[in-house]
Design a protein around this ligand. Structure first.
Ligand SMILES: C[S@@+](CC[C@H](N)C(=O)[O-])C[C@H]1O[C@@H](n2cnc3c(N)ncnc32)[C@H](O)[C@@H]1O
Length: 520
């Protein structure tokens, strides 16, 4: 290293250099936000609450330091040969793993009482995400030799309907059709198959008995009404969703003559969903979407996350009862309310939002759900100021649906999301305990992962899942706080060890490494 080179480094740091002003502005920002911001001892602090309150701090339990993320390792794809699909849970595409993990947990809680007085667990049921290429579905399978009306089928159905949080719908599975099998000479490609051809195909399969809609068969004695509903994604298709409802519904009403089609107040809802070239037929067992109206939402933010995804985010955070968690971009507070419900109110929650109207609304929502400000506290603040409101190392987890667009802050001013995300993660690091997780739902998944890599010594990326919402592909990103930057510590240790063998003054060392030799 020559003096010349060092001078070169200094020369680069002049006002004339492009972008230097921007760097300086940003450095000042960081200094202000990170080092200058002493936590307000009078303010709400999760740490002080847990000291005085009766909430235990579970951050050091083994489970919290377990790195496996909820939903990892679930079975995917094929159905075991000795199993058949009994139920299908419908969730967001990309969120199947969370739904499968939840169903597995629910099945594990079901214990069947036998006639002889003993009790058994449902070990013989299997859960498979994206079964047979059905994106957005999770199959709940029982052994093929199970009787149709077996007690366990009923028990699984009712328990899932009462408890499932990660799904939109629960279906009694009937069949899966492939549009490829419907092609004819007239319509030689799946994309050309029209509604009339779909009708012919379904009718033929009903007549030859290879499709049985058991829920409609069950109406035979008393008669009843039904409707078909269709959600169509992927394609291109030569039919629209309403065409599928009309044609498939027509075939069913002609075959099951005792069932009358009815659009409202019907007895049975048969779903005929089309996902690219796959048609899934099942009877919807729930009435309204399982993810809707879960919380008393007195106030609804412009963008409100669906409760089933809120559940997945919360479960990925490795939360245990008694922990302190925060949502620094809380909107109407859905994530915190979901967490409080899942962990039976045994959490300390803090929500931040830059909009005063939104934060007031979130507080109203929490009160409507029965949580006072001791349990769920809301502050109108920029997320980058999180450290001002919390003690250092006071949070066990952060869960958040980050702002997606470019309109942020007050008065709709445009600022750079990249900067917001990065500064937020830099400052949040101080408020998090060692090993705490940060679970973020973000439209710009690649951008966020680049930032996490940049902050590599502070955080570790645990998982990234792309999830389909109506017309977007946001990511669910799980990261973990690292208390020590091991690479940096190792390099510094080696430098300190070998420094005695070279004649590098402390000034020169500082110039080379941009920190002092004895620095922490
Ligand atoms: C995607 S929404 C969150 C929605 C929320 N999960 C819900 O279900 O209602 C993002 C929220 O971040 C807030 N926000 C934007 N920039 C912010 C900032 N710098 N600090 C804090 N909140 C911010 C917005 O006001 C908005 O309410």
């Amino acid at each position: 290293v020559t003096e010349g080179r060092i001078n070169l480094t200094f020369r680069c740091k002049t006002k004339e250099t492009d972008g230097e002003e921007e760097h300086e502005r940003r450095d000042q920002w960081l200094e202000q936000m990170i080092d200058g911001a002493a936590p307000d001892s009078q303010g709400w602090s999760a740490a002080s609450h847990s000291e005085t309150g009766n909430v235990t701090n579970a951050a050091t339990t083994t489970a919290f330091n377990d790195h496996s993320v909820f939903g990892h390792g679930v079975k995917q794809g094929d159905i075991p040969t000795d199993q058949k699909i009994q139920f299908l849970a419908k969730t967001n595409m990309g969120a199947e793993c969370y739904c499968a993990a939840e169903i597995q947990e629910i099945l594990a809680t079901i214990v069947m009482e036998s006639d002889t007085g003993g009790s058994t667990k449902l070990d013989d049921w299997h859960v498979v995400a994206q079964p047979l290429g059905m994106d957005g579905y999770v199959a709940c399978c029982c052994p093929t030799d199970h009787g149709e009306n077996h007690d366990s089928i009923h028990k699984v159905k009712t328990t899932l309907l009462q408890n499932l949080r990660s799904a939109h719908h629960l279906l009694q599975y009937h069949t899966r059709l492939d549009i490829q099998d419907m092609v004819t000479e007239e319509f030689p490609e799946p994309k050309l198959v029209d509604g009339e051809t779909l009708y012919q195909y379904v009718k033929k399969r009903l007549v030859d008995g290879t499709i049985v809609i058991q829920s409609l068969v069950n109406l035979k004695e008393k008669g009843g009404t039904f409707r078909t509903t269709c959600e169509r994604v992927g394609g291109p298709h030569a039919f629209r969703g309403p065409d599928v409802e009309f044609e498939a519904g027509g075939a069913m009403s002609e075959f099951y003559t005792w069932c009358k089609p009815k659009m409202e107040d019907y007895d049975v809802n048969v779903r005929v969903d089309v996902i690219a070239n796959v048609v899934v037929i099942g009877t919807q067992l729930n009435v309204s979407d399982l993810s809707k109206d879960r919380h008393f939402m007195k106030f609804r933010n412009v963008v409100t996350i669906k409760a089933n995804l809120a559940y997945a985010i919360v479960r990925c955070a490795g939360i245990q009862p008694g922990m302190s968690i925060a949502d620094p971009f809380c909107g109407s507070g859905t994530l915190l309310l979901e967490a409080l419900e899942v962990y039976k109110g045994q959490l300390k929650c803090i929500g931040l939002d830059v909009s005063r109207k939104t934060i007031q609304g979130a507080a109203e929502n929490a009160v409507a759900e029965g949580y006072n400000s001791e349990v769920c506290h809301f502050i109108c603040s920029d997320a980058r100021g999180l450290r001002r409101h919390l003690g250092d190392e006071s949070l066990d987890a952060i869960v958040s649906n980050l702002p997606w667009g470019i309109k942020t802050g007050h008065n709709g001013s445009i600022s750079d999301l990249q900067t917001i995300y990065e500064i937020f993660l830099r400052t949040a690091w101080y408020s998090l305990k060692d090993g705490a997780r940060v679970v973020l739902f973000v439209l710009r998944g690649l951008q966020l992962t680049r930032i996490v890599r940049k902050l590599g010594g502070r955080y570790r990326l645990l998982s990234v899942n792309v999830i389909r919402t109506t017309n977007n592909l946001p990511c669910l990103v799980v990261i973990e706080k690292l208390a020590v930057d091991q690479v940096r510590e190792s390099v510094k240790g080696q430098l300190a060890h070998f420094n005695k063998y070279v004649s590098v003054s402390s000034e020169l060392y500082e110039a080379i490494h941009m920190e002092t030799i004895n620095d922490d």
